[in-house]
Design a protein around this ligand. Structure first.
Ligand code: TEU
Length: 540
């Protein structure tokens, strides 16, 4: 598998990109309309969150039919047209494959419930539940109809885990993957794929809410290898990424090393937990720069030395906007957005841009709990109240942490509903849309900087292929790294604060040239003062 490392992926949350029917939900025709915009930005691949038939208990991650289109997004002909039009602009699609679980409304689960033994073996059904917790709160087991038994759901109660030990399950799921391959898609993002390998006998695991019982089990590697062989492995140009929950470097090297024939790359989330107090998401605390730097350095260096490949990202549909978390957006939104972009686009791995990131979108700043729709937020709010937090405290936490923060409609212009829809959007538009929207930002510094970063990756092998080495490891403000390739060297300095900081430039770089900065007047010397959120990339 020869992965093309010059490529950049753009993630679209289809419900929120562009609505052409006025029903308040984005659709395929809306995406088709925006393909020239994506081509202007220069991205190569679009990752689409799930658009399959689904009761939408978890916004489409609860799939009731894997090989069809939810009519709110259009029909199969629209899908095919979208793939075709995008290809004319050299853009391919990466589809979200949710193969760890399916909706309890899927016919497999419905047949199982009706007593069909063949389909009961598709799930984890047992007499007694274990002590594992669901990632959305509460027990991970729920009563299986009125049988007196229980079925496993690591996520919502309507998302039943599929039993990959059963070869019939694997056969069905591989058919799904091939169905979409035949439609001309060129990539897959596999949802929580490191959770598919459960033990043969499921027992209590008091440690870490049960995670060790089902996370990164050695058998996952076998399943991925089988899937690779049965589906996309035949096509060299395919790009696959696994979403890895609570994973390790050792496993990510194995998931992504080309000679293993598993996946092209892996997402991990450790760097997005540096603003969790004691590892708990539903808390508010400033981000821990030391920890962020340590994580980036360890992962960057190890993956580089050991031949692994990472997906690099700051935002996705499960995360509040990185700008709100890492940047003083009142004073330095442009500088912060461009610095964050450079810190991953110049690094080793495949960069992912989440819709709106390229124009510096921020969290919506909702006023009331009634504005939130995500099942996780609603459960968490109740949990926080139960823990004794006041409604104000609980709301503040949801405001900072809700997944809805990134799922708000794309801000296209300053007109009503931000130009996303003529009807009432399924999720309220963010308050900032009059100031932050595509129409305004396309001539602004953030969009231009992203274009430049994408172009540079295509032109410069040192960016796409170079090795990763930590730099300035003791700095308390600057996250810096080097890239090396065939005698060429690149140093990238990223200042994470709104102050000025002096940096001693390593000798060999003092006579180099500034490849890129988010400030105009960057000059090289023995010592350089980095401005607020400055990025400086030096090439020798
Ligand atoms: O997410 C997996 C996952 O564990 C999370 O990122 C999760 O949303 C977060 O930990 C909650 O705080 C994937 C999808 O990206 C997510 O949207 C789905 O809800 C989830 O799987 C279930 O399919």
């Amino acid at each position: 598998m020869a992965l093309d490392k010059t490529k950049v992926v753009y993630q679209i949350y289809p419900k929120s990109y562009k609505d052409t029917t006025g029903n308040g939900i984005g659709d395929f025709r809306g995406i088709i309309e925006k393909i020239p915009y994506l081509a202007e930005l220069g991205v190569d691949m679009v990752w689409l969150n799930p658009f399959y038939p689904s009761p939408q208990r978890d916004n489409g991650y609860d799939i009731s039919d894997y090989t069809a289109v939810n009519p709110v997004f259009g029909d199969m002909a629209d899908f095919e047209e979208m793939v075709r039009v995008a290809k004319e602009h050299n853009i391919d699609f990466m589809l979200d494959m949710v193969l760890n679980h399916c909706s309890t409304e899927h016919e497999w689960f419905q047949k199982a419930l009706a007593g069909d033994k063949y389909y009961q073996d598709f799930f984890f059904i047992q007499d007694q539940p274990t002590d594992w917790l669901s990632k959305f709160g509460g027990s991970a087991w729920a009563p299986f109809g009125d049988t007196g038994k229980y079925y496993l759901h690591l996520f919502d109660v309507t998302q039943a885990d599929l039993n990959w030990r059963n070869p019939n399950v694997r056969k069905e799921l591989f058919k799904v993957v091939n169905f979409w391959r035949d439609k001309g898609v060129k990539g897959f993002r596999f949802d929580v794929i490191n959770l598919i390998g459960k033990d043969e006998v499921l027992v209590d695991c008091p440690e870490n809410e049960g995670k060790p019982a089902y996370t990164d089990k050695p058998i996952v590697h076998d399943y991925l290898h089988m899937m690779n062989e049965a589906t996309f492995g035949a096509d060299d140009s395919f790009m696959t990424v696994g979403e890895m929950s609570s994973t390790t470097i050792d496993n990510c090297v194995l998931y992504s090393a080309p000679e293993r024939h598993e996946l092209s790359m892996a997402f991990n989330f450790h760097h997005l937990k540096v603003d969790y107090e004691d590892g708990q998401k539903w808390t508010i605390t400033p981000f821990d720069f030391e920890e962020l730097k340590r994580l980036y350095h360890t992962w960057g260096k190890e993956m580089s030395e050991r031949g692994g490949w990472s997906a690099l990202f700051w935002n996705n549909h499960d995360q509040p906007r990185a700008l709100n978390r890492f940047v003083d957006i009142k004073n330095f939104r442009n500088e912060g957005a461009t610095m964050l972009a450079a810190s991953i686009h110049l690094s080793r791995g495949t960069p992912y841009i989440y819709m709106g990131e390229e124009i510096g979108m921020i969290d919506p700043d909702y006023d009331s709990m009634a504005d939130y729709v995500d099942v996780e937020s609603i459960n968490a709010y109740q949990m926080l109240l139960d823990q004794g937090k006041s409604p104000e405290q609980a709301f503040q936490i949801i405001q900072a942490k809700s997944r809805d923060n990134s799922r708000t409609p794309m801000q296209w212009d300053a007109s009503e509903n931000a130009g996303f829809s003529t009807g009432a959007p399924w999720l309220k538009v963010g308050k900032s849309y009059k100031d932050i929207n595509v129409e305004k930002e396309m001539d602004g510094p953030i969009f231009k900087f992203y274009k430049e970063l994408i172009r540079l990756r295509k032109e410069m092998p040192i960016i796409s292929e170079g090795s990763y080495l930590p730099a300035l490891e003791d700095s308390q403000e600057v996250y810096a790294f080097e890239r090396h390739l065939d005698g060429q060297k690149l140093l990238v300095l990223n200042h994470f604060y709104g102050s000025e900081v002096e940096v001693a430039i390593p000798e060999d770089y003092q006579t180099g040239r500034v490849l890129l900065s988010n400030y105009d007047d960057a000059e090289l010397a023995e010592k350089v003062i980095l401005k607020p959120y400055q990025t400086l990339a030096i090439l020798v």
